[in-house]
Design a protein around this ligand. Structure first.
Ligand code: GLP
Length: 239
């Protein structure tokens, strides 16, 4: 794993956007995996500015998102579909048919996760962007998730519900389930870029870097991937 140290949120966002942009411009039909959360917001701003001031043909870009809450309509202001529109898709010209999002209101969940994984396999992810939860979760793969997991339905932990409740009116409004790409789905990406900032992610970062690979720490699987870049700020590094 390659660690890039940065001093600010802006620097992290700009570096991440540069890496994503480089992958986009190096492929005829780039396929990029995207993440939500507060961490990548700045990256989406920087990336959309870069794309819009370039000659990149955005109609060639395909995206896959990591996860979605179960039960939230895509117009709900806390759905990840809504987040992606607000932070990225509304600001770029990637065609709607190239945007892949899990449907948290799918009538047939089994079919939804199965067909999503099939689409990932057909298209192949050139890069997957990730954030990390305080407990080491990536996407919505909580501690204990099998390293062999494909896209699946998950029960969220109390810690994650608590952490994500800051975006909802109250804790009770946070959905308790989600659909998420699995750890194996994420590992299929040719390249992985993970962003870790803030003091509250210090432990998650050190657990990732200590080299112990265990299902108790979902992010630790990244130690087994040949091309991972971590961008971390000084607060998360503890300097
Ligand atoms: C959610 C998302 C993750 C994200 C995590 C951290 O649980 N499913 O993909 O990495 O939150 O979010 P934040 O960046 O807001 O700390």
């Amino acid at each position: 794993m390659y660690l890039i140290k940065v001093n600010s949120y802006q620097e992290m966002s700009d570096k991440a956007a540069d890496i994503l942009f480089d992958v986009i411009t190096s492929k005829e039909r780039p396929v990029i995996g995207l993440a939500t959360g507060s961490t990548p917001e700045g990256t989406y701003k920087a990336l959309s500015d870069k794309l819009n001031s370039s000659t990149v043909d955005q109609s060639k870009i395909t995206t896959f998102n990591l996860d979605e809450y179960v039960g939230l309509d895509r117009n709900h202001n806390q759905s990840y579909a809504y987040y992606m529109n607000e932070n990225f898709f509304n600001h770029v010209s990637i065609p709607e048919e190239n945007i892949n999002l899990l449907n948290g209101k799918a009538a047939d969940e089994e079919e939804e996760v199965k067909s999503y994984e099939e689409k990932i396999d057909e298209q192949g992810l050139d890069i997957q962007l990730l954030g990390i939860g305080r407990n080491g979760h990536i996407a919505f793969n909580e501690p204990g998730t099998s390293f062999d997991s494909l896209t699946h339905a998950v029960e969220l932990t109390e810690e994650t519900i608590e952490d994500n409740s800051r975006f909802f009116d109250d804790k009770e409004s946070v959905p308790s389930r989600a659909l998420s790409m699995g750890l194996k789905s994420i590992m299929k990406a040719k390249k992985i870029l993970i962003l870790i900032n803030g003091e509250n992610k210090k432990e998650a970062l050190s657990e990732l870097l200590n080299g112990v690979v265990t299902e108790e720490n979902p992010a630790s699987i990244l130690n087994n991937h040949p091309d991972v870049t971590i961008i971390a700020d000084s607060a998360a590094i503890g300097e």
